[in-house]
Design a protein around this ligand. Sequence first.
Ligand code: PLP
Length: 351
Amino acid sequence: MSWVHEIARPDIVALKPYEHASWEPSLERLHANELPWRPAQDDSHAGLNRYPEPQPRALVEGLAELYSVASDSVLVGRGSDEAIDLLTRAFCRAGRDAVLVCPPTFGMYSVCARIQGAEVLQTPLLAADGFALDEQAVIERCAAGVKLIFLCSPNNPTGNLLEEAAIPRIAQRLAGRALVVLDEAYVEFAARPSLARLVAKLPNLAILRTLSKAHGLAGARCGTLIADPQIIALLRKIIPPYAIPQLTLEAVLARLTPAARAESRARLDVLLAERARLLRALPGLSRITRVWPSDANFVLAEFTDAGAALARAREARLLVRDARGYPGLGRALRITVGTPEQNGRLLEAWG
Ligand SMILES: Cc1ncc(COP(=O)(O)O)c(C=O)c1O
């Protein structure tokens, strides 16, 4: 038996997936109970009266090319949120298995685990060491039953990259036992390339990428899991058959053209300059006691009175994220880097 089938839920391994209507675009469709007419004002390419192609081939290949990985290692979902949910459902038996997270970190890992009835184990990042990964503690905490280890780099909400070499080391130590899921939602903003290239060598390393951040497509809902083809095949059994809406498919394909990618890169340059501006300016404000470095499109800062800072931002019609609920961040706010005008307004409100 393959290692994926050994660690996945046996009932999912045995599951016979839903058989969706076959995808044969050269033939006319009387096999999916759709209406034969497009809605008025439907200017989509394929027609919204039709179910979209399951795991659209052009999208899978376009994303594989974007991320420089093989197309059989790609699963596309409604945001990386969907991939987190699918992984948890496929690998964790309710009441028996666990996931490991490293707080303070992105909340969906724990939420998906709890929805699935999986236990959530924690190995906190080392706050005194710039929220570094506690590699040894992660490995020691991964007893039998821990199926997924979620690592986020750059980490949300702290903004730091995790030590690059630690990630393959952890995967190697847990080979055949657990899957290390590295969430790289913000990697385009970092001065380090993605670790997606390692997936071909380390089958128990999976990478999450998203178009919601640097590619400006949060509203389209499109995220990618890059993983061993056996994991992709397993998750394809449980992802809803028509997960990617036709409008999303068309919007994403339009953003993958060379011209659109050049535009995204140019915007990224502006964003990085604005992040540098915030990182320079925020520490000079009297009511800010600490600003952490950032490799993401947000900045984490600590305030003398975070509640008052939230209120002042709101008066300037700006929302920033209250990070006070995270362990160890009792006076912190997370500020997404905005346009030059928005950042200026925020600095003025806090000045
Ligand atoms: C670390 C991290 N992973 C994943 C996501 C979810 O992204 P998506 O829009 O692809 O579902 C977010 C969203 O904020 C995030 O911060």
